[in-house]
Design a protein around this ligand. Structure first.
Ligand SMILES: [Fe+2]
Length: 178
């Protein structure tokens, strides 16, 4: 039987209630990969869905969200974090090139960061990557790439940073869809 969105949500609830830490999130990541193997789910929520960002589920108790990102245009994001949250990105179609960054500075200057690239890889359909609290990454995807994100909380409600690669300038942001 196909693994459905409802079952995925129920699994996320029980996993994250038992273990909200990195091990529990890793379990959620593998479940998301399983969900993305369901062609009916991908068609309905990712391929046939209208363009934009859709909240498929928000947990009233634990606060995690399941989001479908239905992108039309290609985009390269600046390096950014997810604040005090974590994020899991699961590719539905096309691909997303991921770069993971580390700070080389001591983090004391709130306005400036020096970044070093530590990992670069491509998420293909059915693959999910995890970014723990405070991790910095950037994403690069082509036209019509679609992905499903699971975040620990509503990222629009928390403070996050993005970093200009050329100047190292750190900006605090809200409401950024990556
Ligand atoms: Fe992100």
């Amino acid at each position: 039987m196909a693994y459905e969105l409802d079952q995925f949500i129920s699994d996320c609830r029980s996993i994250l209630s038992r273990d909200p830490g990195p091990d529990g999130r890793e379990e959620v990541r593998t479940k998301l990969e399983r969900l993305l193997q369901n062609p009916d789910f991908v068609r309905k929520h990712c391929e046939d869905a209208p363009r934009g960002l859709h909240v498929l589920y928000e947990d009233p108790k634990l606060g995690f969200q399941v989001l479908a990102h239905i992108n039309e245009k290609a985009r390269v994001s600046p390096p950014h974090d997810h604040g005090k949250s974590w994020a899991i990105y699961g590719q539905a179609n096309k691909y997303t090139d991921m770069i993971e960054w580390q700070r080389e500075d001591d983090g004391r200057d709130p306005n400036h960061a020096k970044l070093k690239q530590v990992k670069k890889y491509r998420l293909n359909p059915g693959q999910a990557g995890i970014y723990q609290d405070g991790a910095i990454h950037s994403i690069d995807y082509p036209d019509n790439a679609r992905f499903v994100r699971v975040t620990g909380t509503d990222l629009d409600k928390i403070e996050r940073i993005k970093i200009d690669l050329k100047t190292g300038k750190v900006d605090t942001m809200r409401m950024m869809a990556s």
